[in-house]
Design a protein around this ligand. Structure first.
Ligand code: CP3
Length: 356
């Protein structure tokens, strides 16, 4: 590691305590995509720098990671990056088009295209994320924990085959039926890269990890159990195994499988410490399904951030009351959307902290 100085002592560890099922001073709250387009200072910085330049330049990535913390009393930071840095490190071009989102101009169309992927050396091409994490730990000065993250195999495979976001994932789903063995090969290749990547983030200083299976919503329950769950299990098991072997302390890991509320019990059996919920799931039903030994995260509808302050405050308070103070991390049920009023973030954070 370049920066060998010890990290500053953590002052607000409510996030980590909630993840481990310990008593908290207050319900911790952070927001998926909290560093992002709803912040004018992010928009300003983006005028000067391309999206992936920000990701690849630790000073810029740290600046953007810090932006929401300057404005709001959040209990966590999440390193600024994107799930699509893995496809990039595997040799695919990824562009971020304004108003469109990610575009991969040379997608993986047929199994033969898998030969274009370059898993050897992928981890070294992601070292800038580790550098940003280490730098950020120092810049945070122990204020809140730093979360690292990765996309999950099914979600990444989807972007790599579709060539970007997709409303139907039709090409990727066709792969599962037409090329089941190659699909497994592809998902296993991604799983290996993800385990390496998450291990590197922990070594660099990530204090918690989140695995984003954002495209789970496209899979039936049966397909989720076949094409997502085995790889999610392998990520967690291999990561914990490797860290244990190297005597590196294991950090709490969150699984966020958007749209997989049909399989909460199955998710709770994968060894993750925290399960993220989207807003379609009822907190009380979720708790009954996962049992008492898992922390839940979520799950306010991001659209509720457009309600007036009183309504938003009431909705937030009601949500926190349903989850309770133990084993709970407040968040939205998916990423914050670009037009969200800044004032809503303040209302949300304050309402969570005051609810219990
Ligand atoms: O603050 C944070 O949460 C950390 C940063 C972060 C980004 N992307 C920055 C970003 C994180 C955790 C992600 C994860 C990510 N990226 C996911 C999983 C989470 C989810 O929302 O489901 C996915 C599916 C992606 C892929 C991706 N990147 C999409 C679909 C888009 C475009 C649409 C959108 O929601 O922004 C991006 C671009 C992106 N990633 C932006 C940011 C701030 C905006 C791009 C810009 O500045 O032009």
């Amino acid at each position: 590691m370049k920066d060998a100085k010890p990290f500053p002592v953590l002052k607000n560890d409510n996030l980590l305590r909630a993840a481990r099922g310990e008593v908290v001073d207050r319900v911790p709250v952070w927001v998926m995509r909290q560093a992002g387009r709803y912040l004018p200072e992010f928009q300003e910085l983006r005028k000067q720098h391309d999206f992936f330049t920000v990701c690849r330049t630790p000073e810029l990535a740290c600046e953007v990671t810090m932006q929401p913390l300057r404005r709001f009393d959040l209990d966590a930071s999440i390193i600024f990056s994107d799930i699509l840095v893995i496809p990039q490190a595997l040799g695919l071009t990824v562009e971020m088009h304004a108003g469109v989102g990610p575009v991969l101009p040379q997608p993986i169309k047929v199994p033969d295209d898998l030969k274009r992927l370059t898993p050897d050396g992928a981890l070294s091409r992601l070292s800038y994320v580790g550098d940003a994490i280490t730098m950020m730990r120092h810049k945070l000065d122990g204020r809140v924990p730093l979360i690292g993250f990765s996309g999950a195999p099914w979600t990444l495979m989807g972007y790599m085959i579709e060539g970007g976001g997709s409303k139907t994932m039709s090409k990727t789903k066709a792969w599962l039926k037409d090329y089941p063995e190659d699909s497994k090969l592809f998902l296993n290749l991604l799983t290996d890269a993800i385990v390496d990547y998450l291990e590197m983030q922990v070594k660099a200083g990530a204090q918690m990890l989140q695995v984003f299976e954002s495209s789970a919503e496209h899979l039936s329950k049966e397909d989720f159990l076949e094409w997502s769950v085995p790889y999610l299990r392998r990520i967690r098991d291999e990561l914990v195994d490797r860290l244990n072997k190297k005597v590196i302390p294991v950090v709490p890991i969150t699984l966020f499988a958007k749209g997989a509320g049909h399989s909460l019990k199955e998710q709770s059996e994968l060894g993750y410490d925290v399960i993220g919920l989207d807003w379609t799931v009822d907190p009380i039903e979720a708790r009954n399904l996962v049992g008492p030994n898992i922390t839940l995260q979520g799950n306010l509808d991001p659209q509720d951030m457009y309600r007036n302050p009183d309504e938003l405050r009431n909705l937030t308070t009601e949500m926190v009351h349903k989850f309770g103070k133990s084993r709970y991390i407040a968040n939205l049920g998916h990423g914050i959307t670009p037009q969200t009023p800044l004032a809503s973030m303040e209302v949300l954070v304050e309402a969570v902290h005051k609810a219990l």
